[in-house]
Design a protein around this ligand. Structure first.
Ligand SMILES: C[S@@+](CC[C@H](N)C(=O)[O-])C[C@H]1O[C@@H](n2cnc3c(N)ncnc32)[C@H](O)[C@@H]1O
Length: 237
């Protein structure tokens, strides 16, 4: 499993044009390396300015494959490749009702909003109040007003707007929170890092009438889920 070195904080110096070139280069890199395939996810990644979701002292590093710390306890913005890594197998698409657990910086939420479009719904839950305020401000400043943002335990889901077509948990679970499985539509998909015997895997679940199909995709490294369903050693599903 790979680790990361966070580069030193510095005053931001890059221009809008420099960031735009870096964003285009990153999208080409993600396509070349097989992370990015669908047109809607590609267009979202070209549109959303990742630099707007990083703390100012890390802004110039926005397109590095490094997760950066955020305000709050053990909160981070994930590496750029993480988003297509989750959203492509999830099959996130136009019109979907989408629930995200772990708002973080708000970047993944903004991408999801662009992908599902005006006919879809995006709900995102963040447990840490400092991280929540940070993300809410980022999304407001970037002009994303029509996203349902909730400060609370995402393991409980958000039944008010369920059932969801797609659910993404951006922190590692040992057990898939049962409320999230309940709030998923039949035929819907849920993706999450799962901790098993000390390693973490990205796992895709598809809900059938009376069962769940489970597919292990790759090894990953994420912060652990907090709240009611966090930190247990029970096996997933
Ligand atoms: C890897 S970060 C998310 C990165 C985010 N997708 C982004 O684009 O910046 C994981 C986040 O999950 C949050 N988290 C952990 N447990 C949670 C829970 N039970 N409910 C909601 N958020 C939770 C953490 O506080 C952290 O902000």
């Amino acid at each position: 499993m790979q680790g990361w070195i966070v580069p030193p904080p510095k005053e931001p110096t890059k221009t809008k044009e420099q960031f735009e070139r870096e964003r285009e280069r990153k999208v080409r890199w993600l396509i070349k390396h097989g992370y990015l395939r669908s047109e809607r996810i590609k267009n979202a990644m070209l549109k959303v300015r990742r630099e707007d979701f990083l703390p100012p002292h890390y802004r110039d590093y926005a397109y590095l494959e490094v997760p950066f710390p955020l305000p709050g306890e053990r909160a981070s913005i994930s590496c750029p490749h993480s988003y297509p890594l989750f959203y492509e197998p999830l099959g996130l698409d136009e019109g979907h009702r989408f629930l995200e657990v772990g708002l973080g910086s708000g970047y993944g939420t903004a991408l999801a909003f662009e992908i599902v479009g005006k006919g879809g719904v995006v709900v995102s839950i963040e447990i840490d109040p400092l991280t929540f305020d940070y993300a809410k401000k980022n999304l407001d400043v970037a002009g994303y007003k029509d996203i349902v943002l909730v400060n609370g335990d995402g393991g409980l889901g958000y039944p008010e707007l369920s059932p969801y077509d797609r659910i993404c948990i951006t922190a590692a679970c040992t057990e898939i929170p049962p409320p999230l499985l309940e709030q998923l539509k039949v035929g819907g998909r849920l993706i999450t890092p799962v901790t098993e015997r000390g390693s973490q895997y990205l796992v895709l679940h598809e809900k059938h009438e009376a069962s769940f199909a489970r597919q292990v995709l790759c090894e990953v490294l994420y912060v652990s889920l907090k709240g009611k369903y966090g930190g247990s050693d029970k096996p997933a599903l």
